[in-house]
Design a protein around this ligand. Structure first.
Ligand SMILES: Nc1nc2c(c(=O)[nH]1)N[C@H]1C(S)=C(S)[C@@H](COP(=O)(O)OP(=O)(O)OC[C@H]3O[C@@H](n4cnc5c(=O)[nH]c(N)nc54)[C@H](O)[C@@H]3O)O[C@H]1N2
Ligand SMILES: Nc1nc2c(c(=O)[nH]1)N[C@H]1C(S)=C(S)[C@@H](COP(=O)(O)OP(=O)(O)OC[C@H]3O[C@@H](n4cnc5c(=O)[nH]c(N)nc54)[C@H](O)[C@@H]3O)O[C@H]1N2
Ligand code: SF4
Ligand SMILES: [Mo]
Length: 734
């Protein structure tokens, strides 16, 4: 908290969308030029209509946080010391260049965390920096999150960023697998105010069906909730498709001429009848068939699969089958089904379409996707000696020690690096291992336009905000930090990357503009194109126009766009790409042994959990969000607790092949039998961090227990759901 007396001016109002999660809620912030006086939801925002969640107050807490870093710091034997921006940037680029010169460009790795996609500066300036590093060792939070979605979009639609969105506001039947939007506020589906949207769905006679190993907050509001064995969604989805295709319920509707592979899909799912998968998924065959029939019979329906489907050993197949179910019931690219947004700024033309298996990780030979390797392999790439070993690491807006599997191994590996730099606002569990931390301005101190989530929103809108506060005058934004580092790397590079002079000139021109100038240019470049035979009028959009419309501009509901929007060479959806069909053999192996439990030692399955006031690992230093009961608790079904003689509230030990933690037990029949749940993002008890508030209620890290060996070998996504574990009393033996 700043100690300055508040200036004697009357409160002013600032309008912006919250950038903390994907919902993009419009906010009205009362302030006096230096302090936030109040925050409320903007009722005139066409997308969020006044919705906000407690995390919005985290924006103020982060702005005021005395622990937040405001100047670069360097780790020395005597402790951390402040350094000037110039010397920090010089030292960073010199060390990175020296290591790359000696050991090759792949010896420098980069990890980009989740806030990167919520940050205009990072979105615009990090890619050029990463390119300048020239490394194949690129990692990000995508491979503990949504990589399967990109994988499927690449193979089905021809572009990894062409991501379909459930049109919840017009649907009659919403089938949700592995998502809890009432708490997460929607993911790959920017839909602020899901409570209102789901209530509206049910009011118009629609149905909400939830499949989840936990009776989540969303499941509790559903017409039906089905428990499922963790990691088995792909099997269930295959059976749903099998049923639809064998009962004559399939229709491609208008998309008929624009879909290939239906017969291949039919043959591919032939072995996955409801009868055959029932035992493995934990849902009886009649229920599975009824689910499929209801979905196919609904006037409009949409199947939405998210984190619980992705963070599994069959993540890519799971998301593929979610998409396929929508396509074969005529629910793709039509109102009330799964649709593409038409964002005012369309980044698809400027970004890579994707690619798969163009190179592999060194140690486990895991395939690259979209230019990145699975973060589940980061630790071994650092701690396994040999040619091509990672020796330096750049992290940006990420906390992989808490957010990626086997965090303890990664933590140990970071200690062995020759050099690490972190671009981050905190000295936390990951960044404390850096030699240098470069702290950007953030949140209320930077301009904001959402380049990613307008493209994933259930309604087309556009909103821009200037910085509210200046922050520190000597501060740098993420954009400035990346630009400064890129310049230095390019100047010091001994070899030029192979790029055409035109591409180099374009890049230089782009890098010369500020983020706001780039947004302005991109908005003016509209209309976005000829989609679905209809020219979308975007004339008149610019930063000035959005400044004049501080609540945001409404660009209307989602529009049908196929075939124009597809990037495939034949302008068709590829319903059954070989790479995904082939992976069904791996899936079918689950049918041979219906045993859910692998070994007598680890007789439970671990899943995660999110709470409304958390944002992955990094808002735990916000006092407003840390009030209330401890949230880092292990949830377990009463039968499982009594079988182990465990009592509600007692401290228990949670063990996997990888490691062990202790947490208070919460006994609840909201859990499926045989499944336990612990949230991620906790574990702030490590020494050497500067997070005073978080340290008071540290919790433990679930990723000390999750296993980097468990992953979707196809997409590279970590399988964080369904980790085999054991739970015992933590009380010392008498
Ligand atoms: N409050 C809050 N909101 C957030 C975040 C946060 O940390 N806190 N994080 C943000 C981020 S980065 C993301 S990616 C999104 C994620 O948003 P969601 O995709 O909605 O993810 P979760 O809220 O974790 O919900 C996943 C659900 O899947 C269930 N599940 C677990 N394993 C399985 C399984 O094998 N099968 C099925 N069918 N279900 C399973 C879990 O019980 C849980 O209810 O949330 C975002 N919003
Ligand atoms: N077991 C388990 N693990 C999970 C998940 C799960 O459900 N279960 N969820 C996964 C998911 S969906 C995700 S997205 C990942 C998240 O994984 P990460 O992105 O690695 O972790 P975060 O906790 O989001 O850390 C964000 C970091 O960004 C910093 N930061 C915040 N704002 C800014 C900014 O403006 N600029 C810069 N430079 N830095 C900033 C914060 O200080 C923090 O260090 O975790 C994953 N891990
Ligand atoms: S739901 Fe909460 S965190 Fe997400 S954008 Fe809205 S206010 Fe921000
Ligand atoms: Mo995420």
């Amino acid at each position: 908290m700043t100690n300055d007396p508040a200036p004697q001016t009357s409160p002013q109002l600032h309008y912006r969308s919250c950038n903390l999660c994907e919902a993009m809620c419009g906010l009205v912030i009362a302030h006096d030029g230096r302090h936030v006086l109040g925050i409320r939801g903007d009722e005139d925002d066409p997308l969020s209509q006044g919705h906000l969640c407690p995390k919005a107050f985290g924006l103020r807490d982060v702005y005021e946080d005395p622990d937040r870093l405001r100047t670069p710091i360097r780790r020395t034997k005597q402790g951390w010391e402040a350094v000037s921006w110039d010397s920090a940037l010089d030292e960073t680029s010199e060390r990175l260049l020296a290591i790359a010169r000696q050991h090759g460009p792949n010896s420098v790795a980069v990890y980009q965390g989740n806030p990167s996609v919520h940050n205009l500066g990072t979105m615009l300036f990090a890619p050029t920096f990463v390119r300048a590093l020239g490394t194949r060792n690129r990692f990000s939070a995508s491979s503990v999150d949504q990589l399967p979605h990109h994988f499927v979009s690449y193979f089905l639609f021809g572009h990894q960023l062409l991501l379909p969105v459930p049109d919840v506001d017009r649907s009659d039947h919403l089938l949700v697998l592995g998502a809890n939007p009432l708490v997460s506020n929607g993911s790959m589906m920017s839909a602020p105010g899901m409570r209102r949207r789901l209530a509206a769905l049910r009011q118009r006679g629609g149905k909400l069906i939830v499949v989840d190993p936990r009776r989540s907050e969303t499941a509790a509001k559903a017409d039906a909730h089905h428990f499922i064995q963790p990691g088995r969604d792909a099997l269930l989805l295959a059976a749903l498709i099998h049923r639809v295709l064998s009962t004559g319920g399939a229709t491609l509707g208008r998309l008929g001429p624009h879909v290939t592979g239906l017969e291949t899909l039919r043959a591919a799912v032939a072995r996955f009848s409801a009868d055959r998968v029932a035992a493995a998924v934990g849902i009886d065959a009649a229920t599975i068939e009824a689910m499929a029939d209801a979905f196919a019979a609904a006037p409009t329906a949409v199947c939405y699969g998210r984190l619980g489907v992705c963070t599994a050993e069959f993540g890519a197949v799971g998301i593929w089958l979610v998409t396929a179910l929508n396509v074969i019931t005529g629910n793709f690219d039509r109102a009330g089904g799964m649709m593409f947004a038409s964002p005012a700024i369309d980044v698809l033309g400027q970004t890579g379409r994707g690619g798969h298996d163009r190179w592999r990780s060194r140690v486990r030979q895991l395939p690259e996707f979209g230019g990145e390797l699975p973060v589940a392999a980061l630790a071994e790439e650092i701690d396994t000696p040999g040619e091509g070993q990672i020796r330096a690491l750049v992290t940006s807006a990420g906390n992989p020690v808490l957010s990626t599997p086997n965090g303890r191994r990664l933590e140990a590996a970071l200690g062995g690096l020759s050099f690490m730099v972190a671009i981050d606002i905190y000295r936390n569990e990951t960044t404390r291992h850096a030699n240098l931390i470069l702290p950007p301005k953030t949140g209320l101190e930077v301009p904001h336009y959402d380049l990613i989530f307008h493209a994933l929103a259930v309604r087309n809108t556009a909103r821009f905000a200037d910085p509210l506060f200046d922050g520190d005058h000597d501060g740098r934004t993420d954009a400035q930090i990346f630009r400064a580092l890129t310049r230095r790397l390019q100047k010091g590079a001994t070899t030029r990357r192979r790029r055409s002079p035109l591409a180099r000139a374009q890049q230089a021109a782009q890098q010369a503009l500020t983020p706001t100038q780039q947004v302005d240019l991109a908005l003016r470049r509209g209309p976005v194109g000829l989609w679905g035979g209809r020219l979308l009028q975007r004339d008149g959009l610019s930063v000035a126009a959005l400044r004049a419309a501080p609540h945001g501009v409404d660009l209307g509901p989602l529009q049908a766009q196929i075939p124009g929007r597809l990037f495939t060479s034949d302008q068709c959806i590829q319903l059954a790409p070989n790479v995904l069909v082939a992976d069904l053999d791996r899936l079918a192996a689950l049918l041979v042994s219906t045993d859910v439990v692998d070994t007598p030692t680890f007789d439970l399955r671990l899943i995660g959990r999110r709470a409304l006031a958390d944002n992955n690992s990094w808002l735990h230093n916000a006092p407003t969000l840390m009030a209330g009961r401890p949230r880092c608790t292990l949830h377990m079904h009463p039968d499982d607790a009594s079988a182990r003689g465990l009592l509600d509230g007692e401290l228990v030990g949670l063990r996997s092949r990888i490691g062990a933690v202790q947490a208070p037990l919460h006994v609840t029949d909201a859990m499926m039998r045989g499944v336990v749940s612990l949230p991620h993002g906790w574990g702030h008890g490590r020494s050497g961090t500067q997070l005073q508030v978080a340290a008071q209620r540290p919790g433990v890290s679930v990723n000390d227990v999750t296993d980097g060996a468990l992953l979707d070998t196809l997409s590279g996504n970590a399988a964080l759901s369904g980790v085999p574990v054991a739970v015992t009393s933590a009380a010392p033996l008498a």
